[in-house]
Design a protein around this ligand. Structure first.
Ligand SMILES: [Zn+2]
Length: 228
C-alpha cells in the first residue's frame, strides 16, 4: 500500500513533463500552419490600399506607390492602332482613382519591372469588378496567355469568345484569315503560314489550325507582325 502510493506521483509527473513539449510542439505547428496559410493567401488578393493614379493604356496603370502594373492575360491596342483610345478610356472609367486589390500568378514581374497582376476594384454599389476580364468581355482587349501565368486563361478565352461573337469593340473590325494558321504552344501565339516566325517554332510546340477563328477559340492570340 505504502509502496503503491509512493509510486503514484511518478507517472503524473512524467505526464506533466511530457505535456510541456507537446504543447510547445502543438503551438509551433499551429503557428507554422497559420503563417503558411498567410503565405499562400497573401499573394492571392491583398487589399493593397493603393490607388490608381495614372492610366497608361488599356492594360497598364500606375499606382499611388509609383509601381507600374501590367494586367495579366490580356493585351490592348498600342498607340496608333484602332481602339487604342477607346480601350484606354474604358480602363480609366473602371479604375482611375480607385483602390485596387491585386492578385498574382506565378511570375510577379515582367522584364520591364512592371508588376504583373489581376486587378480588382469595387464599383459604386460595392460590387467587385475583375478589370482584366472586363476589358476582354467588352472587346477592348485580346487575351494574351503567357505561360506560366494562366490562372484565369479559361475564363478569359470564354469572355473573348463572347465579345467576338457579339462583335464588340476591336472585334467589330477584325477580319480573321480563313487560311490555315500555325500556333506556338509555348507562346500561345498563332501566325500565317508565311510568317517568318513559323520556322522558329520547334516541332513539338507547333500546332496547325484550319483557320484563325479555330486558333482563337483555343485561346491562341494573333501574331502582331503577320496579323492573321
Ligand atoms: Zn506571325
Amino acid at each position: 500500500m505504502k509502496r503503491r502510493s509512493s509510486f503514484k506521483p511518478a507517472p503524473t509527473r512524467r505526464v506533466r513533463v511530457l505535456r510541456l513539449p507537446i504543447v510547445t510542439v502543438a503551438l509551433f505547428l499551429l503557428f507554422a500552419v497559420a503563417s503558411r496559410c498567410q503565405l499562400i493567401r497573401q499573394p492571392k488578393a491583398p487589399k493593397t490600399g493603393l490607388k490608381v493614379v495614372k492610366v497608361v493604356d488599356g492594360d497598364t496603370v500606375i499606382l499611388s506607390n509609383g509601381q507600374t502594373v501590367r494586367y495579366i492575360g490580356i493585351d490592348t491596342p498600342e498607340q496608333g492602332q484602332p481602339f487604342y483610345e477607346a480601350a484606354k478610356n474604358f480602363n480609366r472609367k473602371l479604375v482611375q482613382g480607385k483602390t485596387v486589390e491585386l492578385e498574382f500568378d506565378v511570375e510577379r514581374y515582367d522584364h520591364y519591372g512592371r508588376m504583373l497582376a489581376y486587378v480588382f476594384v469595387r464599383d459604386k454599389s460595392g460590387r467587385r469588378i475583375f478589370v482584366n476580364a472586363e476589358m476582354v468581355r467588352n472587346g477592348f482587349a485580346r487575351i494574351y496567355t503567357r505561360p506560366p501565368n494562366v490562372k484565369y486563361a479559361d475564363l478569359l478565352v470564354r469572355l473573348q469568345e463572347e465579345a467576338r461573337t457579339n462583335k464588340r469593340g476591336l472585334w467589330s473590325v477584325y477580319k480573321p484569315t480563313r487560311s490555315p494558321v500555325v500556333g506556338n504552344k509555348r507562346t500561345m501565339v498563332f501566325h500565317r503560314m508565311s510568317c517568318p516566325s513559323v520556322w522558329k517554332i520547334s516541332p513539338q510546340n507547333r500546332i496547325r489550325f484550319p483557320s484563325a477563328e479555330a486558333a482563337l477559340e483555343q485561346g491562341f492570340s494573333p501574331c502582331r507582325e503577320c496579323q492573321p
